[in-house]
Design a protein around this ligand. Structure first.
Ligand SMILES: Cc1cc2nc3c(=O)[nH]c(=O)nc-3n(C[C@H](O)[C@H](O)[C@H](O)COP(=O)(O)OP(=O)(O)OC[C@H]3O[C@@H](n4cnc5c(N)ncnc54)[C@H](O)[C@@H]3O)c2cc1C
Length: 126
C-alpha cells in the first residue's frame, strides 16, 4: 500500500502469525476479515493508524475489550482494527486517593489491582 505514514505498535496483517487470535472476540463467530490489526501501545500508534487508514482509504473499527454482544461491530472486511487493549496501565496515587487507568483495562483488572493495594473502585454495570 502507498502511504506516507507507517503503522506502529503491535501490527498484525492478514496472513501474519497471530491473525486468527486477533480476530477472536468474546463471541468468536465473527465472519469479517480485516486487512490489519493494530494493537496500540501508546497514543501515537492510534494517531498513525488513523492517518494510515485515511491515506489508504481503509475503513476503521476501534476495539477495546472485544466483549460486545454484537459479534461484528468491532471488525470490518478489508479494514483496520485499532485495538487499545494493550494500553492497560493502572497508576494509583495513594496519597490523593486517585487512579488513572488506561483505556484497555477491564473492570475486573482494575478492581483486582486496586483491591490488592487496599482501595475499592466504585465500578458498576447497567
Ligand atoms: C457476557 C456479557 C455480559 C455483559 N453484561 C453487560 C452488563 O451487565 N452491562 C452492560 O452495560 N453491558 C454488558 N455487556 C455488553 C458489553 O459490556 C458492551 O458490549 C461493551 O460495549 C463492551 O465493551 P468492549 O470494550 O469490550 O467493546 P468492544 O467489543 O471492543 O467494541 C464494542 C463497540 O464499541 C466500539 N469501540 C470499542 N472501543 C472503542 C474506543 N476505544 N473508541 C470508540 N469506539 C470503541 C467498537 O468499534 C464496537 O462498535 C455484556 C456483554 C457480554 C458478552
Amino acid at each position: 500500500m502507498k502511504s506516507k505514514t507507517k503503522l506502529t505498535g503491535r501490527v498484525i496483517f492478514k496472513g501474519d502469525p497471530g491473525y486468527d487470535a486477533a480476530r477472536k472476540n468474546w463471541d468468536p463467530h465473527t465472519d469479517k476479515f480485516p486487512k490489519v490489526f493494530v494493537f496500540a501501545q501508546k497514543t501515537r500508534d492510534v494517531a498513525n493508524a488513523i492517518k494510515w487508514a485515511r491515506e489508504n482509504e481503509v475503513p476503521i473499527r476501534p476495539r477495546s475489550g472485544r466483549h460486545s454482544l454484537e459479534v461484528n461491530l468491532s471488525q470490518v472486511n478489508g479494514g483496520i482494527v485499532i485495538d487499545v487493549s494493550d494500553m492497560n496501565t493502572i497508576k494509583l496515587d495513594k496519597k490523593n486517593g486517585t487512579v488513572v487507568v488506561g483505556t484497555g483495562n477491564s473492570v475486573g483488572r482494575i478492581a483486582n489491582t486496586l483491591a490488592r493495594q487496599g482501595f475499592i473502585a466504585p465500578l458498576s454495570q447497567i
